[in-house]
Design a protein around this ligand. Structure first.
Ligand code: MCN
Ligand code: CUM
Length: 788
């Protein structure tokens, strides 16, 4: 579709360069650690070497003797203010600092406050803690066995480690479909714990200003408004009321979901600032970030899929055990303890489905869902895409053909899924066919057959995922009771330039550019004349923040709606200036003209000036509007990815030779930014498929707690992505746009895993869990007698 605006205006469809990049690429961004205030103190944290242990004694004497060390803060200090525990976003509770025992390795034990960063670190090394180790539970299956040590002894009535049971769908119909099925497949799938490892770690500068009676917190948060409300709810009783708190989320060096939760460090820094009256900075280091911040996935899944002989899929049944660590600190909408996992019927027209999830406590860091995931959608997509592929192979039908046969057809939209979601729009076969054409699917299959003759291992994997983003309709979506709307407030200045503020917060997604493009599209004001601001609770309108690819679906819609409110008023002003009736004016971006006499017109800039200098009598001056947008539905982006792998028989190494990604996120605001999002997302799907995992030994020692063994792919390992699009607009979004930020991370791992299994199927391999590391494959090949 050709853009509606000129490149100078830069509305939707123009690949204009990112406004934020000049400061980023010159190293001139302002991140939390760049904030330096006079008299600022530094906080560093003592962490537990044990995964489960009683704290018998904390001795601060030696630490306090170190020059510059001012205080050692313990759980007992916070207990006096009832701040030693805090609520999680899932209404569980989490320790700020422990009073009785620690629950995972690297948990915060005490905090040292000093006049310098190094002084604080020296202080940490000098704090002496006496522990009494307790039995450790790392396996969630064992955690639920009778007789397992009960971890949450702080919960008076808790007699086991079971957090909750949740189920969804029609069990009777599903069970019947399985009884009647011709073919069924069943598979255990483990999706391991992984970590986002954003370039910038988490941190904050807390400044309690006694004179102003105000707390300002610069912090790495994806959701500044919600965090401020949580602070006020937790600490209102000690004088931190909401109007006295200002949260500023400055530039963020990657969020990926890891900057949604409230970490103890933030709270301790705030407490330390309130107690000392000085600004306090806390910035975690890389190992703290990897070992103690919230993690993703850790789902133990058993899935079953049923079909007729002819290859028509009929039903899906899933049981899952969710390892949440010692507290359920996931950032899900409250109604959905397993997030949107029940979008697991994916792109297929299944008549029946039933899902059960049980949450378990273990001696691991708190649960989360962070890693470009859209609330457990990665787990859902991985499961359905693996299962579909398994079924296709089982039936001996080509996996592409099998998918096309079972896809929800374009004419079935809006489509109500067996698990209750109403998919807004889709053309799944369109995306898959485009991916097949791009990669040359038929030729690749021929090549594969020839190579197999020669004993070479080549696989082709497909993932045709459906995403679900844009939380969400207030009827179903809230976090701690806060409805998941989002907002945009626009002010057009007299000279026709504008400022727009949002309730979201970019962490690298380019909001300063794309939101300006939405306004440019609607108002005809050039994108370069529009300043976008986010992340300051004192100035921006309330919103729930940026995660779950909700900014475009929700705040982007708010930007369109607020713009249209501006245009309603602009039309009246234009009518006044042109001495015509408002309904006799025609609008094109940036200009109102009189019907039939196009040379009688007023530009948006003329109108803006008149709004302050010559507005009609009886009308209020100014040109501004705000929208708090409550989306009527979620948006359902989708795509088809095809991946070709070659497997080295000697080493077990999987090489991704080609990877074609066709994405559909409805109407596109900035094609270059969307491509960038897909590249980033693919890299973050590739990484957990082949490299990343955080695991624990039997006594709860973290494996993968540093970059030495938590393997982040570099540019050397990362494949050259081949990307493309189809465009199926969302019917309910004012711009027809859907989200895209997480699609590729959600969709990519299954394509890679499917390609690996495809390469090994003829050897009897049915499934390989990610990460698909060389040792894993090498062992499989040796079992099959392929390699020595
Ligand atoms: N976009 C577009 N046209 C569309 C859809 C999106 O031009 N039809 C643009 C948007 O305008 C925006 C970007 O693509 O500039 C991403 O938009 P959207 O899909 O709405 O996602 P969000 O802005 O809400 O970003 C959140 C998403 C999430 S949840 C994770 S996790 C993630 C991701 O974005 N974290 C990121 N991408 C990231 N990219 C960077 N650089 N850093 C992160 O931390
Ligand atoms: Cu789940 S990662 Mo993103 O939603 O910030």
């Amino acid at each position: 579709m050709a853009p509606k605006t000129t490149p100078e205006v830069g509305g939707m469809g123009h690949s204009i360069k990112r406004k934020e990049d000049p400061r980023f690429i010159r190293g001139k961004g302002t991140y939390v650690d760049d904030v330096v205030l006079p008299g600022m103190l530094y906080l560093d944290i003592v962490r537990s070497p044990f995964a489960h242990a009683k704290i018998k004694k904390i001795d601060s004497t030696k630490a306090l003797a170190i020059p510059g060390v001012l205080a050692v803060i313990t759980g007992k200090d916070l207990e006096k203010y009832n701040l030693h525990w805090m609520p999680t976003l899932m209404s569980d509770t989490q320790m700020v600092l422990p009073v009785e025992k620690v629950m995972y390795q690297a948990q915060e034990v005490a905090a040292v406050l000093a006049t310098t960063r190094y002084g604080a670190a020296d202080g940490v090394a000098a704090v002496e803690v006496e522990y009494e180790p307790l039995p450790v539970v790392v396996d969630p299956k064992k955690a639920l066995e009778p007789g397992a040590p009960v971890l949450r002894t702080d919960k008076k009535d808790k007699k086991d480690n079971h957090i909750w049971h949740w189920e969804w769908g029609n069990k009777a119909d599903t069970d019947r479909a399985f009884t009647e099925a011709d073919v069924t497949v069943k598979q255990d799938i483990y999706i391991p714990r992984i970590h986002v490892a954003s370039i910038e770690t988490c941190g904050c500068v807390a400044h309690w200003d006694k004179v102003q009676d105000k707390l300002t917190v610069w912090m790495t948060t994806q959701a500044p408004h919600a965090i401020r409300t949580v602070f006020a709810l937790v600490a209102g009783h000690v004088g931190l009321e909401e109007h006295k708190i200002r949260v500023i989320s400055p530039d963020i060096g990657g969020g990926f979901g890891g900057k949604v939760p409230v970490y103890p460090g933030y709270v301790i820094a705030v407490a330390a600032s309130v107690l000392t009256g000085k600004p306090v900075k806390w910035i975690e280091d890389r190992m703290e970030n990897l070992q103690a911040d919230s993690f993703a996935r850790d789902y133990h899944i058993t899935a079953e899929l049923a079909a007729k002989k002819d290859g028509t899929l009929t039903a899906l049944r899933i049981k899952t055990l969710a390892d949440h660590g010692y507290t359920d600190a996931a950032a899900n909408p409250s109604k959905f303890p397993a997030g949107l996992f029940h979008v697991c019927t994916g792109s297929y027209d299944l008549k029946a489905a039933h899902v059960e999830v049980d949450g378990a406590y273990t001696n691991k860091p708190p649960g989360g869902i962070a890693y470009r995931c859209s609330f457990r959608v990665t787990e859902a997509v991985h499961t359905i895409e693996r299962m579909t592929d398994l079924m296709a192979h089982q039936l001996g039908i080509d996996p592409a053909e099998f998918r096309i046969k079972n896809f929800i057809k374009p004419e079935q939209f809006p489509y109500k899924s067996a698990l209750g979601w109403e998919y807004d729009s889709g053309n799944y076969a369109g995306a898959l066919r485009k991916a097949m054409d791009t990669i040359g699917y038929a030729d690749l299959r021929r090549e594969q057959a020839e190579k197999r003759q020669r004993g070479e291992l080549m696989g082709i994997g497909i993932s045709s995922f459906t995403e679900i983003v844009g939380a969400g309709p207030s009827k179903h979506f809230d976090i701690l009771g806060l409805k998941m709307f989002d907002s945009c407030e626009i002010r057009v200045h007299p000279t026709g330039k504008a400022i727009a503020r949002f309730g979201t917060k970019s962490q690298g997604q380019g909001h300063e550019t794309t939101y300006a493009q939405i306004l440019a599209e609607e108002l005809g004001i050039p994108a370069k004349d529009i300043k976008v601001e986010e992340g300051d609770t004192d100035t921006a309108p309330y919103g729930l923040g940026t995660y779950a690819s909700r900014s475009t679906p929700v705040a982007g819609a708010a930007a369109a709606v607020a713009s249209r409110k501006i245009l309603d008023k602009a039309r009246k002003i234009a009518a006044h200036l042109l001495e015509a009736a408002p309904e006799d004016l025609v609008y094109e971006p940036g200009k109102f003209s009189v019907k039939g006499t196009p040379d009688r017109s007023k530009t948006i800039q003329d109108i803006a000036f008149a709004a302050y200098t010559n507005h009609p009598q009886g009308m209020e001056a100014g040109l501004e509007a705000v929208s708090y947008y409550d989306p009527p539905n979620l948006t359902y982006p989708f795509g088809s990815y095809i991946c070709v792998v070659d497997i080295d028989k000697g080493t077990g190494e999987v090489k991704v030779r080609r990877f074609v990604a066709i994405d559909d996120c409805g109407n596109i605001i900035n094609p270059m930014i969307v491509e960038g999002q897909v590249h980033g997302g693919l890299s973050m799907g590739f990484a957990p498929a082949l490299y990343e995992e955080i695991s624990y030994d039997e006594i709860g020692n973290v494996q993968g707690g540093s970059f030495i063994d938590y393997l982040l792919p570099t540019a050397v390992e990362t494949p050259k992505w081949e990307t493309g699009n189809t465009v199926t607009p969302s019917p309910h979004h004012p711009l027809g746009a859907k989200g895209v930020g997480e699609s590729a991370t959600v969709g990519a791992p299954a394509a890679i895993a499917n390609a690996v299994v495809d390469a090994l199927w003829h050897l009897g391999v049915r499934h390989v869990d990610i990460p698909i590391t060389p040792p894993k494959i090498w062992r499989l090949l040796r079992e099959k007698g392929i390699t020595e």
